[in-house]
Design a protein around this ligand. Structure first.
Ligand code: TRP
Length: 461
């Protein structure tokens, strides 16, 4: 990921770098995908939208929509070896406005940052709360009250968001992201192990089976348009797709890299982390009688509760939130880079200026989102608080629309011949069947499905 950051700021000047090993490529792509989406958003949405039914639809969306979009993005990026906007410009016929997808991506990244930095702020805060032991309780009321106290305090909400923003700006400005990301990829396996430990503890709690049933026994009659829209939005958010981020990553892929295979691996690994988080959280939710539809607070009340019932729980809870903070920092770095790269390249700003502008923008627009549980709780737009609104616009509107455009572009403008050449690495790989299925998906299946979900959202039918 480090090379992506460094290079995207100066694309077009000199020789472009590329990931030196295929493992590095996989780790970098995974570093962007795995984040709060897995451990916070996935459990929160699964709990609020009916458990297994939602999980099933989410799985379907990841495979039928997520994977084709991700392969398309990486492939297009690798073909042109430039940022998203330039990639579209170079590949599209004159005067066709495909570059707008890249511009929409910049807006989406910005909106995501407005609420992501707040959730990351809660994670940072829980490191300290873990140290003082105030959150280590299995009593639902005490746990919810502790979380409620944090998010309903305007001062705490803002200050934690600012701490996150200063940290990220510092890392991006001084270009020390290389070191940070090395650390991130090294620490990921530890987070993974910790999730497994929490999962085992959660599964062995009395009454845990109700949680498993909730997570793995779908009721297909409960599938609604809203469930599909939410699940699809999550698939886009989880895989960091539909807004050109993966395109930028693809531009650093080597020509002999197997694109469909790498994308599939990223998708599977990301899914495993999400499932682990689900297994860590849901059995405990039922065992302790937490509210499964609690939404955003689910991670913050359940995880400490599981640790509270373990030896050395207070140590584990701190380690868990430190690792979660590092994972979310990795994801935020890749998000920050989107507007920063745009401001540097398209608006000719200095890197420092671009970072400052982005940080200032997130500080201003992020404040109403951060205050959504206190001062701005009653200010709603389309019935949503700012926090939910930014999430909704980015995940459910911009990213699916971007994904739709990316598929149509790949299938109809880029075309079958070039797809064949790119995905087979110039006839080196023998993956004809995969290419045929992929082409069919991006030309017809995926755009029609995404289009239908979007039309349904707009109440067209
Ligand atoms: N996928 C990340 C997560 O799950 C969030 C993220 C990072 C992202 N970069 C992105 C989402 C780019 C959309 C686009 O936490």
């Amino acid at each position: 990921m480090s090379k992506t950051h460094k290079q995207s700021a100066g694309a077009g000047h000199g020789k472009r770098d590329s990931f030196s090993s295929s493992l590095g490529m996989l780790a970098a792509t995974l570093g962007s995908a795995v984040g709060l989406g897995n451990i916070w958003k996935f459990p929160s949405m699964t709990g609020s939208n009916g458990g297994a039914t939602f999980l099933f639809v989410y799985l379907a969306c990841t495979i039928v929509v997520g994977l084709p979009v991700m392969i398309s993005e990486i492939m297009l990026g690798r073909t042109v070896k430039a940022n998203a906007i330039t990639t579209f410009k170079k590949l599209s016929p004159r005067r066709q406005p495909w570059g707008l997808v890249g511009v929409a991506g910049v807006i989406a990244a910005f909106l995501i940052l407005c609420f992501y930095t707040e959730v990351a702020g809660w994670v940072f805060a829980y490191i300290f709360k873990g140290l003082t032991g105030t959150v280590l309780t299995t009593d639902p009321q005490v746990a919810s009250a502790a979380f409620g106290k944090l998010i309903s305090s305007p001062m705490q909400s803002l200050v934690w968001q600012w701490i996150v923003l200063v940290t990220i700006s510092f890392i991006v400005t001084f270009g020390v992201s290389k070191g940070i990301e090395k650390v991130t990829t090294k620490l990921m396996p530890i987070l993974f192990c910790l999730l497994v430990i929490v999962g085992i503890r959660s599964l062995t709690l009395p009454g845990a089976s109700a949680g498993l049933k909730f997570l793995f026994t779908p009721d297909f009659s409960k599938i609604t348009g809203t469930v599909i829209l939410m699940a699809m939005g999550l698939a886009f958010f989880k895989l960091s797709i539909g807004m050109g981020t993966m395109m930028t990553y693809g531009s650093y892929f080597r020509d002999d890299q197997n694109v469909p295979m790498t994308a599939t691996k990223v998708m599977l690994a990301d899914l495993v982390v999400s499932l682990l988080a689900g297994i860590a959280i849901f059995p405990a939710v039922f065992a302790y009688g937490f509210d499964v539809t609690a939404g955003p607070s689910l991670l913050f009340v359940t995880i400490p509760a599981v640790f509270a019932s373990m030896p050395f729980g207070s140590v584990f809870v701190v380690i868990f939130f430190v690792l979660a903070a590092i994972a979310s920092t990795g994801a935020m770095l890749s998000l920050f880079e989107v507007p920063v790269a745009y401001l540097c390249e398209a608006r000719q700003m200095s890197r420092k200026g671009a970072v400052l502008t982005t940080a200032l923008g997130v500080t201003i627009l992020g404040a109403p989102a951060a205050l959504s549980n206190s001062l701005t709780a009653n200010v709603t737009v389309f019935g949503k608080t700012f926090f939910d609104l930014f999430d909704y616009i980015s995940s459910n509107l911009i990213m699916p629309t971007g994904g739709l455009c990316i598929c149509l572009f790949t299938g109809w403008v880029f075309g079958r011949e070039k797809i064949k050449k790119q995905l087979s690495n110039n006839n080196v790989l023998h993956n004809k069947a995969i290419i045929t299925v992929f082409t069919l998906l991006v030309k017809y299946v995926t755009p029609i499905l995404v289009g239908m979900v979007l039309l349904n959202m707009l109440n067209v039918f």
